[in-house]
Ligand binder design. Structure first.
Ligand SMILES: [Zn+2]
Ligand SMILES: [Zn+2]
Length: 326
């Protein structure tokens, strides 16, 4: 079977179509699965991505980038291969990339999440011959509770803090997780860091109903009882330390690990991820019906070994430049 996708120093490459997928070095043509920084880098000559990712990409990479957009399921011809984008359920505009050539179908998953919510289009399992899957949380300990259960926990924590007359600070990735939380949490006074505010605007412009929030600049003091959504890098900043009374918490798949919660000295940790958990990864792989599975960034060896034990043909496809977001 001829390789439709292979690894090159610049990133994953489709030799027939002459394009790269989420390359980590500058290339002529980059197909972008989603706008997280480790997947959408600056410096490429031409970008191709889902239409809902367009404003976020331009916000992050500059308004002058050369960007072609596609809707989901729209098929284009790139150098003789048929290429289409399909929902990955990870963040707004996140896509699995399907490549068809001479009756062979390959799918590159990008980052994906199985449980659906209203913040982006739900993951769609795809049938293919070769499935290239991520493996960020590919360990059997990673099993997510339904998002609604965790949202209840976060709401109760926020309410308890409000009753004590203090603020609640949630550290969350500014693209994807922050909007997922803002849309799922009950109404209340929500403040957001400017980085979150900018992405909220992109979501609203793409038709997603992100509730109104106040933009927090460091010198302001959100009133007691407010919830503040801010990126994790803010945790040790002087702006945060100037908040008079607050409790803080992180929201991440990594919060499943007690050691990480302790090391970060947080008051609380809540487990919501933008990625598939262990059963989710196995489900997506099974649904693909693929005869060959390549595993990229994350727990590559664990997942490859497990799939091989199940009688599947799996192998690592190391993608060194990915994996900083979760
Ligand atoms: Zn991502
Ligand atoms: Zn990633």
């Amino acid at each position: 079977m001829k390789s439709l996708v292979e690894r090159r120093p610049e990133g994953l490459y489709c030799p027939v179509g002459n394009f790269y997928i989420d390359p980590w070095r500058p290339v002529e043509r980059a197909v972008i699965t989603h706008a997280h920084a480790d997947h959408a880098r600056s410096g490429h000559q031409h970008y191709l991505a889902h239409v809902d990712a367009a404003e976020i990409l331009k916000t992050r990479l500059g308004s002058t980038i050369s960007l072609q957009t596609l809707a989901y399921d729209e098929v284009i011809d790139l150098g003789g291969v048929k290429l289409s984008l399909h929902p990955a359920g990870h963040v707004l505009g996140s896509s699995q990339i399907k490549i068809v050539h001479h009756g062979q179908t390959w799918v590159v998953s990008g980052d994906y999440r199985i449980e659906a919510d209203s913040s982006c289009q739900a993951f769609e399992p795809l049938r293919c011959d070769v499935f290239i899957t991520e493996s960020t949380f590919a360990l059997p300990i990673y099993r997510w509770e339904p998002q609604s259960v965790v949202i209840e926990q976060i709401s109760a924590w926020w309410q308890a803090n409000a009753a004590k007359g203090i603020c609640s600070v949630l550290y969350t990735y500014s693209l994807g997780k922050a909007q997922r939380l803002a849309m799922a949490l009950p109404e209340g006074p929500v403040w957001v860091h400017p980085a979150v505010d900018a992405i909220n605007a992109c979501y609203r412009n793409a038709g997603r109903k992100v509730p109104p929030s106040a933009c927090w600049r460091g010198e302001m003091k959100p009133p007691a009882g407010s919830l503040l959504l801010a990126p994790p890098a803010i945790a040790d900043s002087s702006a945060i330390s100037r908040l008079v009374g607050y409790e803080d918490a992180s929201v991440s798949g990594w919060m499943r690990l007690r050691g990480i919660r302790r090391r970060r000295a947080l008051d609380r940790g809540f487990v919501i991820s933008d990625h598939a958990d262990w059963p989710g990864l196995l489900w997506a792989i099974r649904e693909s019906g693929a005869q060959k599975i390549f595993v990229t960034h994350g727990q590559v060896d664990v997942l490859v070994r497990y799939l091989c034990e199940q009688g599947l043909d799996a192998a690592p496809l190391q993608a060194v430049g990915w994996g900083e977001d979760a």
